[in-house]
Design a protein around this ligand. Structure first.
Ligand code: ADE
Length: 225
């Protein structure tokens, strides 16, 4: 899978893709992440990428030209399945969306900055708009990193233990059960007996029960469906 991320602050996206699972996905050739500096596409003599808002009001708006040129350049090289704008007024991002996106071949993530992009960019190019939560970030970069991370870890072969992504919280609308490692007792706090029993049927039942209990307590909204 290939993910192209368009941003005016590429430095913000350097680190997230160069460690751990995402680095391994790239090394194995399972995922490609390309970061594009929108400023490089500006034809303005000062390389400006933003301008004042028509009608007045605080905050600058990301101009059409550099973004359009960057997207059109990429589209001339390959077909994109989705061109996604990261924005707080987008659809709330959920595991089910990560699952769907992980089945695609090429996607673009456009990061908004300042007040956001000129509305005509959205009309012309954007096929999907995603918010990672009901709060406003300084830009779409951290949101794009969140979305890319959640997608890449689902690609077959990225995680060592093939079943690991399937047992994540949310995969079946349930939160994960509590987990433990050694020691079996710490300051009098014991690991639940059943987990030491070696009885896999009982362990499975215990985990399902705890998942359900935790979901009911913390995220009852997930159980509605
Ligand atoms: N850009 C700014 N805030 C955002 C959010 N909550 N989700 C996605 N993109 C954003």
């Amino acid at each position: 899978m290939r993910i192209d991320i368009l941003t005016v602050v590429p430095d913000l996206l350097e680190s997230p893709f160069n460690h751990s699972i995402l680095q391994r996905a790239k090394d194995k050739g399972l995922a490609e992440v390309h970061i594009h500096n929108i400023r490089d596409y500006s034809t303005d003599k000062h390389k400006n990428v933003d301008d004042y808002q028509y009608g007045g009001g605080a905050g600058m708006v990301m101009a059409i030209q550099p973004i359009a040129d960057c997207i059109e350049q990429l589209q001339s090289e390959r077909a994109y399945d989705e061109i996604i704008y990261m924005t707080p007024d987008g659809k709330l991002f959920e595991q089910s969306e990560a699952n769907s996106l992980s089945r695609l071949k090429n996607i673009i993530l456009l990061c908004g900055h300042y007040k956001g992009v000129d509305e005509r960019i959205r009309e012309l190019f954007i096929t999907k708009e995603i918010s990672i939560g009901s709060y406003v970030l300084s830009g779409g970069e951290l949101a794009a990193a969140v979305v890319a991370d959640s997608i890449i870890r689902l690609l077959p072969g990225v995680l060592n233990d093939e079943t690991s992504a399937l047992t994540d919280s949310f995969q079946d609308n349930l939160l994960s059960p509590p987990i433990y490692t050694r020691p079996a007792e710490y300051k009098g706090m014991k690991v639940p007996e059943v987990l030491l029993s070696g009885n896999f049927k009982l362990i499975e039942e215990y985990r399902e029960e705890e998942s359900y209990k935790r979901t009911k307590e913390r995220r009852p909204d997930l159980l509605k469906d």
